[in-house]
Design a protein. Sequence first.
Length: 372
Amino acid sequence: MKTLAVLGSTGSIGTQTLDIVRKYPDKLKVKLLAASKLSPLLKKQIEEFKPKYVYTAKKDSLEYEGITYFYGDEGLKEISDLEIDLFINGIAGIAGIKPTYYLLEKNKNLVTANKEAIICLGEILKDKYRFIFPIDSEHSAVYQCLLTGRKEDVSRIILTASGGPFRNKPIEEFESITVEEALKHPKWKMGKKVTIDSATLMNKGLEVIEAHYLFNISYENIDVVIHPDSLVHGLVEFKDGTVTANISYPDMRIPISYAISYPERWEIGANHICLWEIGKLEFFKPDYNKFPLLKIAKEVGKKGSFYPIVLTVADELAVNEFLEGHIKFTDIPVLVERVLEKSNFKDPHSLEDVISIIEETKHIFKNITMET
């Protein structure tokens, strides 16, 4: 019986994790549920899974007997001391940074899909990343491919991208892209922020930086390929020319289940690949003119220091501006680049440094948007 903490239990990753728990109640027990607030969905989850602990970002009125309740920043520190086998971080965006930090500082086994936290903490906590089991489909795929050979024999990691909804859209039409169009991802059902990042290909840029930190591999040895079929989730090339690929139908339950069940593999009701029905797989080079954020992200990753933090925050803020209808789709990379140009911080050495850079970046972003 493995005990789980599900952070972001009401979000996409959290709800799919709980689907797996439902399927294997004899193997999995939810010990902690965590969400931003005590929503009707969280209440239903508490009643169904009967956790020993509950966390919310802000203090709420919790009327359940036998449950220890945590909240706020102090609560995050306290839950990192709990004896739980796996902490699953499904919290989206920069909100996932503090729980990631506290858990890794305590050497907890962390299953995470929060690329922003991995990127922002990469300069100060990368020595702790051995405790991370990634559940981004691409990084889970690379993780599995790496198991087929020796790390010293790896020549290249290849991350696949669907290309988003605008792969075939002429660049001349990008200025008129609407929020509704950008939220229509052709393959994956995700939260709004990551869906917009997929449309700009920033998501893949962030994943390049994430792969660098997770797998300790240089940027020169990380490539991105556009794969509209979204069946090949990641590849690893070894120095003898062999390429190992991870292939499955798009289903986030697969990497989530693998992280939970490792080293076993459990049946979760996912569709199985039938190669003769697929017929062929297509791959294309990324178009950096149409999707400049992919190139910017790789350049930022090579700079290291505070730059990946600034990139992460600026992108999240720009995406929010687009979602609220304040800027055009094509303004997202422009704003991100302007924030990067105006940023100049000392190298981060602590969580406090990271938080300070985040807050200062927000201030820079606000000044830039007020000027335009």
